[in-house]
Ligand binder design. Sequence first.
Ligand code: SAH
Length: 413
Amino acid sequence: MQANIKKHIKTENDKKPQCPHRKKCGGCQLQNLSYEKQLSFKQVKVIKLLGRYHHVCEIIGMENPYHYRNKVQAAFGERGKEIISGVYQSSTHNIVPVDSCMIEDQKADEIIVTIRKLLKSFKMRAFNDVTMKGFLRHVLIKRGFASGEIMVVLVTAVMDFPKESQFVNALLSRHPEITTIVQNVNNKRTSLVLGEQSRVLYGDGYIEEHLCGLKFRISPKAFYQINPIQTEVLYGKAMEFAALTGNETVLDAYCGTGTIGMIASKNAKSVVGVELNPDAVKDAVTNAKLNGVENIEFICDDAGKFMVRAAENGEKFDTVIMDPPRAGASLEFLRSLVTLSPKKIVYISCNPETQARDLSFLTRKGYKVRRIQPVDMFPHTEHVESVVCLSREKADDYIRISVHTKDLQAKAN
Ligand code: SAH
């Protein structure tokens, strides 16, 4: 594929865009390309950025690249007397009304339309972010692809919820498939969707999802991969690259709700997960209990700071799996990673640009890239995920250094 890719991939339109909102929304940048060409575009992007380190395997795409998003959020507002819901026009705060989106879960879209109609019949107001008046700001929906569970989060400007139980009952009677409803209060002038305070209006306040043979609890704020089908593909590749034998100590850095670490724990001696978001860590601890996993612990901290401490304390990890946000890893993290000197690093990234920057550091410090696998987690958008496997340039570097240190110590004694 790599040889033919460039001529194949001039970004000329080869397909009529399907979405009437494409210009204002701006979310699906590649929708004017056939799916095959989208994949080629992403393959070229990864080759351009990472190809100098190793051959790039062919990107793994989706069989059905539509309605894959299991997390959907809509902004609410008013236009004249009408309540509208949809997405923000790119780089503005204008709401583009959207009732159905080709990449979002269809059930979630239906529920959002129902909520908009209910607001009208309950004579409730949507929020106005100029006057800071009104009630409903956003609706966030998370759906368990395998479990079927659905969480609806109503983000309101104030805690007082007029006719709360009637509203909740009306929503449930129209969508009995909803398993939990949460109210979240966001009274700040901010572009963040969720505020600090939450209150469960119905059900448990979280959903459970099944992935790679394990159960995961997902709360409103915790990060969870948004494309469940491709997540299994991505994690499968990460595990293949890690090739754990049951004897390794593993670090899952930027672990979210502990998904990767828990999958790894089945074939590892022990796993430590580190994550900054306390809600995600809480979920991760619960998830470990839920699945009876005992060889894993989670630490709530900045991954960079954790690594510095681990390096200072002389901790040992055989394998480090890292999955940082778009900004990539901090220099602090990378420096300590090199000091910790794991035999293997599996680096999952949703931004090949920062991954290329970080690989440049790691390859200058004695690591060699062994595999590169792009995965299409976000069809129709320009985003691409890639998994890279690195190990020390010389497999015995790690052993030699420790023997050498022992010898020195023996001499010193
Ligand atoms: N590995 C997880 C989550 C990946 S997303 C999964 O596959 O589901 C990246 C995660 O990094 C998020 O959960 C985010 O909260 C966390 N994060 C962001 N900055 C961080 C930092 N400085 N230290 C630790 N975790 C961080």
